[in-house]
Design a protein around this ligand. Structure first.
Ligand code: PHE
Length: 336
């Protein structure tokens, strides 16, 4: 038989040790450890409860209510400790300033913007100015002044998105290349001219991995006295080395564009293949005289680069449609 006095003493001791071990502001792990130690299935309270089996029924009447009281007290202690630790989490003053902050997600420049800036910077460093132009053009600038009369077969690939704008003597279209800016710039400026014009162009075209109906070009124009084909080659070669690396190889081949004579395209040697990245040539005498320049006095060269194509090579992009798909998994790879 257990002695009542000693059981009552044990109840008192357990009450004391349990409350002294429950610390203020305990975190949830510490609270849980305390609960298991005192209130758990094999905890100290359950252990003490076992004496009920060993005491006389007379003693039970004294000990029983005390044990119930103890159980009640421990549960209350636990509940209030839990509540105060939850309150602390919401309390501004207990905010832990040493915790790492949440990272904000920043926007980034579009890969097309990045490559346009890089290419323009390459030309700027060679003394070219940067200019922008209209996306809506007239037939006169998009074709006629570029030596592409309406019956010329070269119109076929460019005779595309016409606009239904009334009250005009001219026909409007979304420009199919940035070359109309050659004439606009020459009309407004006297030589010498060195300018690059980045901008959007549009063609009525079926899209595939290497063609988009909306894309960018960077037009280049240099007009002065005595500009020769070697300046064209040297300038474009230098651009390729700035963009692709100092040992970049380039290849020029004859090509036809009505507004240059002679005309070429330039390819770069990339992963063992020649890849065309631009069209170029010496500005055609008819284009010069069309804007009032004397072709016997002035000469120059022009070129048109596809920046998305350049970016595709540099960044191993397999499909040009990625540029307009607005997919963050693609776009967020170009954080500058
Ligand atoms: N405008 C031509 C094109 O869109 C490229 C070009 C520009 C060619 C300037 C020669 C000179 O294909």
């Amino acid at each position: 038989m257990k002695n009542t006095e000693s059981v009552l003493k044990k109840i008192e001791n357990l009450q004391e040790s349990a409350s002294s071990q429950l610390k203020n502001n305990a975190d949830s792990n510490v609270l849980e450890d305390w609960r298991i130690k005192f209130l758990g299935r094999n905890g100290e309270l359950s252990e003490l409860m076992k004496v009920m089996k060993e005491v006389s029924s007379e003693d039970k009447r004294v000990i029983g209510p005390k044990l119930n009281q103890l159980k009640d007290n421990l549960n209350k202690l636990f509940e209030s400790a839990k509540e105060s630790s939850a309150q602390n989490l919401n309390d501004e003053n207990s905010f832990d300033i040493t915790l790492p902050g949440k990272n904000l997600s920043y926007g980034s420049l579009h890969p097309t913007t990045l490559i346009i800036r890089e290419i323009c910077e390459a030309f700027r460093s060679m003394g070219f100015q940067i200019h922008e132009g209209n996306e809506i053009e007239t037939e006169k600038y998009n074709f006629d002044l570029l030596n592409i009369p309406s019956d010329h077969p070269a119109r076929d690939q460019w005779d595309t998105i016409w606009l239904d704008l009334k009250n005009s003597n001219d026909k409007y279209l979304l420009r199919t290349h940035t070359s109309p800016m050659q004439a606009r710039i020459m009309e407004k400026n006297d030589p010498p001219i060195r300018v690059v014009v980045p901008g959007k162009c549009y063609r009525y075209e079926a899209t595939d991995a290497t063609h988009e109906w909306e894309f960018h070009q960077i037009e280049g124009l240099a007009i002065d006295k005595n500009i020769s084909f070697s300046e064209l080659k040297g300038t474009l070669y230098q651009m390729a080395r700035k963009i692709f690396g100092s040992d970049q190889k380039v290849r020029f081949r004859c090509d036809f564009f009505p507004f240059v004579e002679p005309g070429v395209d330039m390819s770069i040697l990339w992963e063992g293949k020649w890849i065309e990245i631009l069209g170029a040539g010496m500005v055609h005498p008819k284009v010069l005289s069309g804007v009032g320049y004397d072709p016997n006095e002035y000469s120059g060269f022009a070129f048109g680069i596809g920046p998305e194509r350049v970016s595709m090579l540099k960044n191993k992009i397999k499909d040009i449609r990625n540029f307009h798909a607005n997919d963050l998994r693609f776009l967020s790879q170009f954080v500058s």
